[in-house]
Design a protein around this ligand. Structure first.
Ligand SMILES: [Zn+2]
Ligand SMILES: [Zn+2]
Length: 428
């Protein structure tokens, strides 16, 4: 730039003043458009911009107090990183542009999911506090400099523990979290990291649609601002890429599933990230039936103290013919979609050896499951039958069961909205 202004000065003696004005205007234009400080904003943020376009009212929904923080210059100091990452793996770009890749990181008894499409990246949860290095290093090993979207599904440590480190270490497009907050140190750490970056939290609404490259994703939950059980405040996301679809449940439990069902939004998905680590309080039969997934991923710690995943859920998945992939059995799971076919890399990592808490075998360690549905243990033994297409449940031998007969526990049938058949009069 300095050279061109020198030239202007040199030429001053030989040219008319009108021409000088013209040259200066052109120079100013070049500075503003070409060598502008933030060309990265204009080039790289198409997905962010488009999503805001899709949801002009989206930013109005931002309501957490920490969002009222004056912009700091911190986030402007990172473009270098991003520029580097965009240039680093150009050979693979043409292939990657046609693929959606979902990595379920083995963070033990926790969740962390990296999604990439083209050069766009999104992270759903970041494991426990102790996993922050693992998550950050994994992202760096992939050459990632910017995460277009970061989702903290809900305020529990096993989901947002590593989020502060991620926010500190990467350029971030948007941070999305539910409105329901927590008073834990872990939650505060995340808010401080966001505040220090001069960013705002986006609290999206059900039905909001975002884009990640060629993939689209929709918010399905939470449907309320506050829940007694913080798991139900989980942001639930359904993503589509070509003909493939994926649903990420966070720790949403049956109450949230029922609310999602009542909205009648599309939830059918090829793959479901099972809610709450396979706990018996999530993945109700009716919900699973409506999702009608071919594949399920359970993010769960080896020998965890909660008894996750619940054998009830594993049996239910089997009953519905869903193929299950578990991080405690496979380690990190990499799923690739070309828009038609979904492929699994089951050898992406070793399995994380995560020692369970010493007192893990105490009789009430199952409490997280039992407390939320105490009746279950009492009527667990009663089996009734449902069919593929009706909302009634039946006693064994009912004539309605000729075409299909899927065993289900009475508790689950009732909880999933099935009503007793009037012909066979099943147990109630
Ligand atoms: Zn939780
Ligand atoms: Zn959890």
């Amino acid at each position: 730039m300095r050279r061109s202004s020198n030239r202007n000065r040199d030429c001053r003696y030989y040219i008319r003043p009108g021409y000088l004005v013209q040259v200066l205007l052109i120079t100013a234009f070049i500075i503003l458009s070409g060598c502008g400080v933030d060309s990265r904003e204009s080039n790289s943020d198409r997905s962010t911009v488009m999503s805001e376009g899709t949801h002009a009212d989206n930013d109005n929904s931002t309501s957490i107090d920490i969002t009222k923080i004056p912009q700091s210059s911190h986030s402007l100091n990172t473009p270098q990183k991003f520029v580097k990452s965009q240039q680093s793996d150009t050979i693979e770009n043409s292939v990657l542009n046609d693929q959606l890749q979902i990595t379920f990181l083995d963070v033990g008894q926790a969740d962390s999911i990296l999604i990439s499409q083209g050069q766009r990246y999104m992270l759903i949860d970041a494991g426990n506090n102790a996993d922050e290095e693992l998550v950050v290093n994994y992202l760096k090993s992939k050459g990632i400099g910017k995460l277009d979207y970061v989702i903290g599904t809900h305020a529990h440590e096993d989901h947002i523990g590593g989020l502060d480190a991620v926010i500190n270490d990467f350029e971030i497009g948007k941070v999305l979290m539910p409105k329901q907050i927590s008073t834990t140190k872990t939650f505060e750490d995340v808010l401080v990291a966001i505040k220090n970056k001069g960013m705002k939290v986006t609290t999206p609404k059900v039905g909001d649609v975002y884009e990640l490259g060629k993939a689209k994703w929709t918010i399905l939950a939470p449907n309320k601002e506050k829940y007694e059980n913080i798991n139900n405040s989980s942001l639930v996301v359904r993503m589509t890429f070509g003909n493939n679809s994926f649903i990420f449940m966070g720790d949403a439990e049956e109450l949230s599933e029922r609310e999602i069902l009542s909205n009648n939004l599309e939830i059918q998905s090829d793959l479901i990230k099972i809610g709450h680590h396979g706990s018996g309080s999530s993945t109700t039969a009716l919900f699973l039936k409506k999702v009608s997934a071919k594949y399920a991923v359970i993010s769960v710690g080896k020998d965890n103290s909660y008894g996750h995943p619940d054998s009830l859920i594993l049996n239910r998945l089997k009953t519905f013919g869903v193929e299950v992939f578990r991080t405690d059995e496979i380690g990190t799971i990499v799923v690739t979609s070309d828009g038609d076919t979904i492929k699994f890399d089951k050898n992406a990592s070793a399995i994380k050896e995560q020692a369970p808490p010493v007192e893990s075998k105490a009789p009430n360690t199952h409490s997280s499951v039992v407390t939320s549905s105490p009746e279950k243990t009492e009527i667990k033994e009663i089996t009734v039958y449902i069919t593929k297409n009706e909302e009634k449940y039946h006693a064994a031998g009912c004539s309605y069961l000729r075409k299909s007969s899927i065993p289900i526990e009475l508790f689950d049938a009732k909880n999933s909205g099935y009503t007793p058949c009037s012909r066979c009069n099943p147990p109630r």
